[in-house]
Design a protein around this ligand. Sequence first.
Ligand code: MET
Ligand SMILES: [Zn+2]
Length: 779
Amino acid sequence: MTAPFPASTVLGYPRIGPDRELKRALEAYWRQDIGLRELRATGAGLRERTWMRLAELGLAALPSNTFSFYDHVLDTAIMVDAVPGRHRRPQAEDTAFAMARGDEHATPLRMTKWFDTNYHYIVPEIGPDTVFRAVCDKPVAEVRQARALGLTTRPVLLGPVTFLLLSQPGPGAPAGFRPLERLRDLLEVYERVLSALAAEGVPWVQLDEPALVADRTPAELAATGEAYRRLGALTGRPALLVASAYGELGAALPVLAGTPVEAIGLDLVRGAADLDAALRTPGLAAKTVVAGVVGGREVWRTDQRRALSTLLALRPAAARVVVSTSCSLLHLPYDVEREDGLDPRLRARLAFAEQKVAEVVELAGRLAGVPAGSPAPDRHDPASRQAAADPSPVPAAPARSPYPVRAAAQQAHLGLPPLATTTIGSFPQTGELRAARAALAAGRLSVEDYEERVRREIRQVIGLQERLGLDVLVHGEPERNDMVQYFAEHLEGFAVTRHGWVQSYGSRCTRPPILHGDVRRPEPITVRWTRYAQSLTTRPVKGMLTGPVTIAAWSFVREDLPLARVVAQIADAVRQEVADLEAAGTAVIQVDEPALRELMPLRAAGQAAYLAWAVGAYRRATGGAGDRTQIHTHLCYSDAGQILQAIDALDADVTTVESARSHGRLLAEPAVAAFARGLGPGVYDIHSPRVPDAAEVAGGIEAALRALPAAEVWVNPDCGLKTRTYRQVESALAAMVEAARQVRAAVVPLSRAGAGATAAGRSGAAARPSAAGAGAERR
Ligand code: MET
Ligand SMILES: [Zn+2]
């Protein structure tokens, strides 16, 4: 007999620690300041604290195995032993860190965005020969730890279908191989894990299958059905909850309902359409529905009346309705009560993870108070976040000339060499700089002294770049704690939190601002720093702005306006900043949009409309610039290859993208060859402490030259340098500049044609290196 699923739960919880304890411990471990025992003790303490707090808040069912030292997809790869040989280390934690970060012996695995969030996961490599094996230590250890505290938990595992759909083919896999082909072998391992958990006395296991909320082929849906029929047929197993998140299950819902799993989790916030689908799915009548009516992505308090009416509407469709969150609470800060700096009226409207748990518990109480069989109250149709996109027209300003005209004007103005070198904007944020910012916040440092500190940093960064011989310089962004938060602090309509940290990847966290009102730029934000930097050098200094889509994507946004309208307001503020930078003599302005891809609807149906308004916002922000002003954009972790057309439509003059970390995959995209603008595919991975040498970087440049004419290729790292040390940055940039010099000397002279370089490069096969001279394909 299956134990009934308790009345309330959450799909997952933040794990970084209320004061980022995990970040501190990880970084200390990586610096070798603490040992593995101490790191493990920190992890154990965080888990204990989470379970005790959830229990104290009255939550009926507690999840476990939602903790991770780095990433839960990575943990799953280790659980099924899908570990590339180069990453194997004696301790599981070190294996995980080698896979995630690389070390002197091995390059890391790729990292990419987790669905439409700002969380990043490590992409497992699966080949036809990957030998799966059940390594249940982590989920079992967490069950035991909780049991020692007197608590029964529900282990949470990434489901086998999503795990394979998120994986990439390992090196050497034959063309056309898809990791999902390995589902049957992987299921054997999941059977072992489920049996091991059953042996621990675990009543329920949660299998997360968020990949099912994207469009899936009939074959993928069939494989899903097969997987859960098979796991369901396992004897002596725990009861199974298969949970979705980040959207609606749609066609996957009847598939899951047709399998023996005992419970299905629905995201009834972003995937509200699943409510009607559930009512039409007879197979649910015998199952528990874990109803995600409390949003795990939004910081706003739940409308309890609406949530209760959803729960009541669902009741006739299911054997049992459990109150839960729409997804893991991983994407929210811990506790809004600590935010004493917020306007109390705003704070009263907010709910972070702790408050969401309390809401779940409260709703479960209300639901229990309504006798079964009572008529459901009227339903409220949930407002759709992406609906009613109302891209206001771009302001009527003189449009920029076509790209080739602008390219010529910019070349005449800037006189840059082919394979121009630049960086993405930030230089290392030193401990000293962070300490100065903290001292400023605490009132221990005057504004004047702080700003002098920032200017000193700019002087050093400019001096360093001149010494290294870079072509387009940056001021280094020393005044910015974060590329979104800094703008939020200087724009009206945003509030920033003090403790609202959310995990981005590994030990990295961000504090998303809260966009709650109309956006307005009271005064110029970055101009004085850029102007100061430019006053120190004759080389061009790039102005550095964050784009409107990214500012919205990395904030918690208001829900009373369509997202497109919110983003258009931000675009207008950026447009004013672009105009002021230009007026101050800035010849190159970069408007970063690393999150362009992130907000894209997961299902194809909404994607074209999204890209249209997102691109419109970018052009609204940058389209006022004169022809001579070179507009750069930067995207990273956006699978740029998949949206290259949209990137082209941004109409920027130069686009820098992450490429080294994904082993140059982007350059293999056919669309790259058709991208007739400046393109800087990153030549080294800045997320790894590994420092490349000139030969390695030259290989990256040559790979770019096989795909693009020399006159269009820029040489730059994958992303900003703020997480690195100056020692790493100096050596890496020296290697980069040296590599550019070597390749220029060997390859480019024929295409050196000034303003006509683009056209000459495009038709001139001689501008590309011969196959013999091109060196081996990178990694
Ligand atoms: C995540 S993209 C980062 C861009 C920013 N300009 C930086 O260099 O840090
Ligand atoms: Zn970046």
